[in-house]
Structures are given as structure tokens and as C-alpha cells.
Design a binder for this molecule. Sequence first.
Ligand SMILES: [Ca+2]
Ligand SMILES: [Ca+2]
Length: 222
Amino acid sequence: MTSDEPTGISRRGVVKAAAWSLPVIAATTTVPLAAASAAPAASAYIATTCGGPDRLTLYITNSGTSALQTFVDVDLDDDGVWDAGDGPIVNPGETQTLGYGLMANGAYRFRVMTADAVLLQERVVLDCAPVGLRAWTTSAIENGTNPVLTVHLQNETSSPMQTYIDLDWDRDGIPDSGDGPVLAPNEYREVRYELWFADFGVTVRNDVGYALNTTVAFGSGA
Ligand SMILES: [Ca+2]
Ligand SMILES: [Ca+2]
């Protein structure tokens, strides 16, 4: 993995599922740790989508009548020690969706709690087939003022490949412009964009799934 590829665990709050994202409920075992207590007015589950921009998505639903502070713990390296944790406040009747990006294959543990109940504790094993496409970005300010983004594409298969590069200017999860070349077998290609936006999302995919899902910021240094 190069430094330009997404680290995968930068959690994003995904507001809307993209049209191509078809969640499949992970085939893992959920331990009902809170079974003995009163049924919590909330629930949580994890869906996996190998071909989507978020390979792991956590859904937390508050079916109660008051806002609920939740706590989300994630064990990234499956060593039994929680590595990251926070959690949203979920309003009554609301489902919060937390996307976890292009996670690498492997095992991840999640725990979702409220102040007095464990809603979910689950170990998810991700085993996604390779998409055959590697993509990364580089950026530069040319001539002192012109921001230029270069999207690098590498077809890692021996077949022609249609690619899709989507740019999301306002980072609302909905692509605002898109194109993408057809790569010859094993072709490496650079696609150049001269840009005037400071902060935007970039996704690259083929017909199998996503190779890149990241954000790019051209900072002023301030
Ligand atoms: Ca850990
Ligand atoms: Ca958009």
C-alpha cells in the first residue's frame, strides 16, 4: 500500500447510500449481550459491500423517544484492544449511517453501546476480491496559482478495463462530474484535472468496485 492510498479507517458519516451501493448484511454472529435487561430503544447492525465506496457500514437506529448518546469502538487489527472510538448522538426515530471506506481484507471488531446497554458486539471478516484497478492521486500548484490534480490509474489485469473517475465538489456524496478512460491491458494512465475548488471528493472505480475513495484539499498553507 502506498502512502497515497486511503488508510481506510477515516470514518465518514454517509448521509445517503449511493445508487451503486447495495448493502448486504454481513454473515456474522451477533451476540445479544443486553438480552437480560430491558430491550434498549436502539439497535445497530453492520453491512458489508465489497464493491462500494464503504466496505463496512454501521447503522445505528434510535427507536426511542429521546436523543441517545452512542459509543462506537473499533478494533482495527483484531488484537482484542479497541483502537478507535467515538459515537454519534442519534435523535429519536433516526438512523445514523457510519461508513468506513475501503478497508483492507481482514477481521474487524465493532462494539456499539449506549450509557447502559451494549447494542452490538460483532467481529466482521472482510474478504473482498481484488478489483484489478489501482488508483491514487497527486496534486500540485502550478505557476504559483493553478491547482492541478492528477489521477493515476493502473490496470492490473490483462483485459481492457472501463474506469470511472467521479469528482464530488461539495462533498455531499453525490458525484458532480465524472468520466474515466478505458484502459488497455496492464496500462498505466494519468488523467489531469485543472481545478478551481479547494476541497472535494474523488472516487475511482471500475465495474467491479472502488479503487479509491478519498478527499483532496488544496490548502493555502494557512
Ligand atoms: Ca486493536
Ligand atoms: Ca456533490
